[in-house]
Ligand binder design. Structure first.
Ligand SMILES: [Zn+2]
Length: 61
């Protein structure tokens, strides 16, 4: 991303298993109810993230 080359991992998870020396990329669909990045996002200001999300990751707003 910084150099303008390659492909970002948007919509994919990159996994590396150092013990086996294997890597893989798995695609996953966007969560239509995601509180951060869905069209109906409830969290738009990360400056208030700690007020809006519990320490366990539960959305409070
Ligand atoms: Zn999201």
């Amino acid at each position: 991303m910084l150099l303008g080359v390659g492909n970002p991992l948007s919509g994919r998870i990159f996994q590396h298993d150092g013990l086996l020396g294997e890597t893989r990329t798995t695609a996953f669909p966007r969560d239509p109810d995601c509180p951060v990045c869905s069209p109906r996002a409830r969290i738009r200001d990360l400056a208030r993230y700690e007020e809006q999300v519990s320490p366990r990751g539960h959305v409070l707003v």
